[in-house]
Design a protein around this ligand. Structure first.
Ligand SMILES: [Zn+2]
Ligand SMILES: [Zn+2]
Length: 454
């Protein structure tokens, strides 16, 4: 398959397989399964991949699977393509033939679409490999439990990307017309963590605060000083904000209580700031508490970091879309305040997540993801397969030197993100939470509190 044949090969493949992929998506849509219960979904994917001669392996927890295409037995996969396969625990309120048959579960984030696109991409690449036209190995990752979130951590724990050099994913975007591809270098989603500060002291009479520790006053200082301090210690461009949502202390107007608590969220658009926030908060909490003689305990629950798209990978996506759809398909994607656990992969290896337009041009009805009525223009499946397949071929070429299938990919000039990545050495580290000493616990991922809607 020569480079010039790629579009023709995709045309021929999708003419034969396009209807099957739409049927596959509708079947998943009618049978949605929430995080870690995607057993039927996993079986359906595995059966179809096996029918194409692939040998998928199910992840240790029993849902989600990985399959390699091309290369020799000993080759490390150069490139991974990831789709999330789980549904949301909400009711499907659409009136369509493929409406959810599982009460209280719905593919309202488009993961059924992502799954069908990755399946189609896998079938296309398997055909290319059989014809000797795949110059490397591609890994398909069908990841469970993105919405929980945390399925990405299971893939990492299973060694799913231990030898992978670059990874790609897409996400449905109902604000983009079908046929459009949104890319962005640098952060494309945000982080959302949960913070809890507990103060304790001896308690006492409000007549004599100097003989005890004035806990409510100290709690008030924590409430005002932490957001203020962060705004002066973290780069204002990071979009980091700490906002309190709950405060509680005391039971009588004339008694200083012996404990109090305040809870809130830290949202953040920047990876550096996200990494720095827990330690800074710990320092500030300790400083305020010691000034007023109370004992602090900080609990910082991690959710996902921001998805930070690496520049060269993002350029590969854009080059691939340009090849198979034309330059007019490309738009600049804005950064979203939603979260996506694809970020965990990008803490370890370079890659890029791009947006796939799913809106029917000129449509009156506006959809958003995570809405019970969410649906897509199914022509996006065809578009997604084209861009994913071309991206994989472009990236393999990038890893393996010249290839007749490889489009020209010019690495952009060094960007701020690149510089920061180099300083951080962010590839190779996986910051999946943990516990720090001295009264602060750091946990994650945060379950459920921050809906993952990139
Ligand atoms: Zn999603
Ligand atoms: Zn979602």
């Amino acid at each position: 398959m020569a480079e010039s044949d790629l579009v023709g090969e995709l045309d021929a493949f999708l003419e034969g397989h396009g209807p099957e992929l739409i049927e596959f998506r509708r079947d998943l849509h009618a049978h949605p399964e929430v995080g870690y219960s995607e057993h039927r979904t996993t079986r359906r994917i595995a059966l179809r991949l096996e029918a194409a001669g692939l040998r998928p392996g199910v992840l240790p927890k029993g849902t989600g699977l990985i399959a390699d295409i091309g290369g020799s037995q000993d080759d490390a996969p150069a490139v991974a393509l990831r789709a999330d396969i789980d549904a949301l625990p909400i009711a499907d309120e659409k009136n369509v033939p493929y409406r959810s048959l599982n009460a209280g579960a719905c593919h309202a984030c488009g993961h059924d679409v992502h799954t069908s696109i990755l399946l189609g991409t896998g079938l296309f690449l398997a055909r290319a490999a059989a014809a000797g036209a795949l110059p490397g190995k591609v890994r398909l990752i069908f990841q469970p439990a993105e919405e929980v979130p945390g399925g990405a951590l299971d893939v990492l724990a299973a060694g799913g990307i231990s030898s992978v050099e670059r990874i790609f994913a897409l996400h449905c975007d109902p604000r983009l017309d079908v046929g459009k591809i949104g890319t962005r270098i640098g952060p494309i989603t945000a982080a959302c963590d949960k913070v809890k500060v507990q103060l304790s002291g001896p308690g006492g009479h409000t007549a004599r605060p100097h003989l005890t520790a004035d806990l409510v006053y100290a709690l008030g200082k924590v409430i005002t000083e932490l957001p203020a301090g962060l705004s002066r210690r973290i780069d204002p461009r990071s979009g980091l904000s700490l906002v309190w949502g709950r405060v509680s202390a005391g039971s009588a107007p004339n008694a200083i209580p012996d404990s109090g608590v305040v809870e809130g969220t830290v949202r953040c658009l920047d990876d550096d700031a996200w990494h720095a926030a827990p330690d800074l908060l710990k320092t500030m909490v300790e400083s305020v508490a010691s000034a007023y003689g109370v004992t602090p305990a900080l609990t910082y629950e991690r959710s996902v970091p921001p998805v930070v798209n690496e520049a060269v990978s993002t350029t590969m996506v854009a080059a691939a879309a340009d090849r198979v759809l034309g330059a007019e398909s490309l738009v600049a994607a804005p950064q979203s305040l939603g979260g996506e656990d694809f970020a965990w992969y990008l803490e370890s290896i370079p890659g890029s997540l791009f947006r796939l337009g799913t809106r029917t041009p000129g449509a009156v009805q506006e959809f958003d993801i995570h809405q019970p009525s969410f649906d897509v223009d199914e022509r996006c499946i065809d578009v997604g397969v084209r861009v994913m397949a071309a991206t994989a071929l472009t990236a393999i070429g990038g890893q393996h030197g010249s290839s007749s299938l490889v489009a020209e990919v010019d690495a952009p000039a060094t960007t701020q993100q690149d510089g920061r990545i180099a300083q951080n050495g962010r590839y190779g580290q996986v910051a999946a939470g943990g516990t720090s000493a001295d009264g602060m616990s750091l946990t994650g991922p945060l379950l459920g509190s921050c809906p993952s809607d990139p």
